[in-house]
Design a protein around this ligand. Structure first.
Ligand code: RB5
Length: 150
């Protein structure tokens, strides 16, 4: 599985930790930056990772900023993205099972490395349940295309 990862200046250390962690587990990880603590703008990295996932270049995405909020909001503006902001692994599992999330976002200022590892582990290994959840995901994608679900 090929993983796209990106972050802003508030999450360089956690991103590098996760790159090493995931590569150690045999994942191919594509780093879309940033790699310095110089102030930058999280939508840049949200766009890069989102486009890599939506295009099929990468299978899943991981985005990290200070809180995970700005970078997840940005990612969800890109057509085809279902980005879930998670601060614990139960939400990461349900984001896959129920929402077929293709990108997980986390906050480097709100969670530690052990929780981040647990979140990415479950996010990358859990499948989509389908069934009634497929209908709802289809409706999300209708909203994504500007169509009404009423
Ligand atoms: C950057 O200072 C900070 O605003 C950003 O990392 C993130 O927390 C935004 O949602």
């Amino acid at each position: 599985m090929k993983i796209a990862i990106g972050n802003d200046h508030g999450a360089v250390e956690l991103k590098q930790h996760l790159v090493n962690y995931l590569e150690g587990k045999g994942y191919e990880v594509v780093n879309f930056g940033c790699d310095t603590t110089e102030s930058t703008d999280y939508p840049i990295y949200a766009e890069r990772v989102s486009k890599a996932v939506v295009s099929g270049e990468c299978d899943r995405g991981i985005l990290i900023c200070g809180t995970g909020i700005g970078i997840s909001i940005s990612a969800n503006k890109i057509h085809g993205v279902r980005c879930a902001l998670c601060s614990e692994p139960v939400s990461a599992r349900l984001a896959r099972e129920h929402n077929d999330a293709n990108i997980v976002a986390m906050g480097a200022r709100t969670i530690g490395t052990v929780v981040a590892e647990a979140i990415v582990d479950v996010f990358l290994t859990t499948g989509f349940d389908g069934g009634r959840h497929q209908r709802r995901v289809d409706m999300i994608m209708m909203l994504d295309r500007g169509e009404s679900v009423q």
